[in-house]
Ligand binder design. Sequence first.
Ligand SMILES: Cc1cc2nc3c(=O)[nH]c(=O)nc-3n(C[C@H](O)[C@H](O)[C@H](O)COP(=O)(O)OP(=O)(O)OC[C@H]3O[C@@H](n4cnc5c(N)ncnc54)[C@H](O)[C@@H]3O)c2cc1C
Length: 535
Amino acid sequence: MPHTTHDVINQVPPREGHNVFTEDAALAEALAREGAGWAAGDLEALGARAGDPEAIEWGRLANEYDPVLQTHDRFGHRLDRIDFHPAYHHLMDTAVTNGIHAHPWAEAEPGSHVARAVKLIVWSQAEAGHICPISMTYSVVAALRHQPDLAALWEPRLAIREYDPAFAPPEAKRGLTAGMALTEKQGGSDVRANTTVAEPDGAGAYLLTGHKWFVSAPMSDVFLVLANAPGGLSCFLMPRWLPDGTTNAFFVQRLKDKMGDKANASSEAELDGALAWMVGEEGRGVRTIVEMINRTRLDCALGSAAGMRQALGEAVHHTRHRDAFGARLSGQPVMQKVLADLALESEAATAAAVRLAGAYDRGEEFARIGTPVVKFWVCKRQPGMVAEALECLGGNGYVEESVMPRLFRQSPLNGVWEGSGNVISLDMLRAMARSPESVEAFVDEVRLASGADARFDAALDELTATLAAGVEEPDARRVTGRMSLLLQASLLLRHAPAFVSDAFVATRLAAPAPCYGALPDGIDTTAIVERALPA
Ligand SMILES: Cc1cc2nc3c(=O)[nH]c(=O)nc-3n(C[C@H](O)[C@H](O)[C@H](O)COP(=O)(O)OP(=O)(O)OC[C@H]3O[C@@H](n4cnc5c(N)ncnc54)[C@H](O)[C@@H]3O)c2cc1C
């Protein structure tokens, strides 16, 4: 008689084989609403890929096996090469062949930037770290267009839907990727404290010398760099390889040992007379690079919406397969409230982030102030939300075999980079001061839901009074957060079922709860969770 030590019962099957796009009604609706319904077929295919066990395994492997820097070869020559696990390249290849990188710039179709934004939400649920170089490759084009001759040279090769990881001159590669090097030790958010210098080489180019403290994706083919030219802080295009077929004087000192985002290589690097060309006007580097930063900020919000959605999916899946105290977890009243609350957060984040993508697609004024408002709040909500979702899995959510620790460690990053919370809320104030039309566009957008709910109307009156009175620096976070909540409520009141919008207004505007799951009675939690993830 075999001796059985234990039976495996009441354990949850892995969440795989699902379609990340089609099972997300709020996302599919946002896609259509923002003018990219034509991309639904592609997204359905990508959604199936993102939920496929093979892609899920790529995500695990790319985080398990960190990128490795090879500074020198065995003879002592500089190499500055980053070795990645093959899974990372599969992830990158899928992102690029699906056009999540710079491809939308080459598409004339209205809605192409929205389609790309929704693809980002879908595909980053396979793995979030590799989205960094994908996002930079997308965003760089917006700044590069300030220098049409350079844009003509580089843009077509950044937009091509072919991924080529070779460490080789651009002419020898099928497709290229881009990075950026702004941050220095003494000046991160405050780039005006940067000390990297750019000296004219006498032949129309510049030689950059300095140290960059954070350079993600250092294997990129080309970078936008901020450096001090004789006429002030300027933006430069710095290729990895020189026209003569040798490598540029860009030296990767070490890779950062980060708390998360493991698949993505982030480095410290030195520029020792690196050849570069100016992008935009001399002395207007911040103004030029901000075009890129705005797009990466959009991607932060999209990425956070994706991270929250994935965490929600894991939580609902787990609780639908696990019993406790004789009943299915997902059906127990307190768990129902937690899941519904997480679903509200996720849907609101998705609606706001995709709305912002639509503003960029259509070149709307709303994008100026909408970017800090949405980036600030959606990214800030991610860590707490992911922690609560992790808790729904109990101890199984806290072990490394689960995807939850990875989602949790990734979760604060979008809040940090591309402008941390304070910096972003101060940018909202800057938008208020310099672009009153964007404030007007924002209020007009939010007001579209007027009359739908008295609690919303009251909150909107209060906000418009606050904005009219002027906002001082100490109040930047409070007002930016409030603006975001009003925008989310407006979007849900107009476009989500009443059981979603009513619950959102009740718990985010009327009587904010101290923690997730503390919903008042009378909210249709079953309908909210079923909409979020059909059983
Ligand atoms: C994983 C990772 C990858 C990165 N990759 C890149 C990259 O590829 N290229 C690149 O250029 N950079 C990169 N960065 C850098 C990133 O953009 C910066 O870390 C970020 O912008 C914050 O700058 P900092 O770290 O210097 O912090 P600081 O600027 O020192 O800010 C510290 C804190 O002070 C707050 N603060 C700043 N100014 C004010 C103010 N006036 N009032 C009140 N509060 C303020 C900030 O909000 C923040 O909370 C990366 C960072 C990380 C973590």
